[in-house]
Ligand binder design. Structure first.
Ligand SMILES: C[S@@+](CC[C@H](N)C(=O)[O-])C[C@H]1O[C@@H](n2cnc3c(N)ncnc32)[C@H](O)[C@@H]1O
Length: 252
């Protein structure tokens, strides 16, 4: 392989800098067959993810985003894939998800966020080690224009559709059928709102990921049978990762 500054070699070299904890997922990602994308394109995608994380403040691990990307690629095809992101932060995850949608053959990435950070709240959380966590108003703010610029620079702006405002206001108007959703919203109240409006929009075989599986209140909500019956009239779906992983997977 040619060793020039712009050569693929350099790009693939940077993959060596993936955190050790991300490497098992990287190898699973590269080994899984996704019809819409070649191994070379996958490597390019991974390189782009590393590059984005180096440029933009990101609140996720590469392994988490690669797993969500894998689910998007599996569901891609001729009709395109519809993905929801709730919680964009500074736009690093948005840029990556947009590249995943493009690589899946196109579709739409619906991005929901206040673009003013976390709402005012009184929630007190505990993580799996019993540590107390509070999410203060305005935390993680990424302004809409700034997130859009990040996506324009590093992602695939043509697939993005932005829904600015509190989830409570924007999600009730949302009507598309969704293949994959990623919630990274920190608050129990926000997770409840996302589930309330997005779960009924999920296609059969769709996947909801939550990046808040380190919070006890979120685990408790998701494992409560009565919640699923009362809210949606369904038995609890299969949920992988409860009590073990930060990234939870709800099978729809
Ligand atoms: C941790 S950040 C997301 C980080 C991003 N996914 C990443 O990995 O870089 C959480 C986001 O959720 C948004 N958020 C939380 N609750 C919300 C609500 N009720 N309505 C709108 N946005 C909300 C915040 O504005 C913030 O951008």
């Amino acid at each position: 392989m040619k060793r020039g500054p712009d050569s693929l070699y350099r790009k693939f070299e940077s993959i060596r800098f993936l955190a050790i904890r991300d490497r098992p997922m990287l190898s699973r990602f590269l080994q899984t067959t996704h019809p819409s994308i070649s191994i070379l394109e996958k490597l390019r995608l991974v390189w782009a993810f590393v590059h984005i994380t180096n440029q933009v403040r990101a609140y996720h691990s590469q392994a988490e985003l690669l797993e969500v990307t894998s689910a998007i690629l599996e569901r891609g095809g001729r009709n395109g894939v519809t993905v929801v992101e709730a919680g964009a932060g500074k736009g690093a995850s948005t840029a990556k998800l947009s590249l995943a949608v493009r690589a899946a053959g196109g579709g739409v990435l619906h991005v929901f966020d206040s673009f003013r950070g976390i709402p005012c709240n009184n929630e007190i959380h505990h993580d799996m080690n019993g540590r107390t966590i509070r999410f203060r108003k305005g935390a993680f703010t990424g302004r809409l224009r700034s997130v859009q610029r990040t996506v324009e620079k590093y992602g695939a702006p043509e697939v993005c559709c932005y829904h600015r405002g509190w989830f409570e206001d924007t999600m009730p108007k949302f009507e598309a059928s969704v293949d994959v959703a990623l919630f990274d919203v920190d608050l129990l109240s926000s997770t409840r709102t996302c589930l309330r409006y997005i779960y009924p929009r999920m296609v059969k075989g769709g996947m909801i990921f939550s990046q808040d599986g380190h919070l006890r209140s979120i685990i408790k909500l998701l494992e409560e049978r009565a919640y699923w019956w009362d809210q949606f009239g369904v038995p609890s779906p299969r949920i992988d990762g409860l009590g073990e992983d930060k990234l939870l997977r709800v099978f729809c």
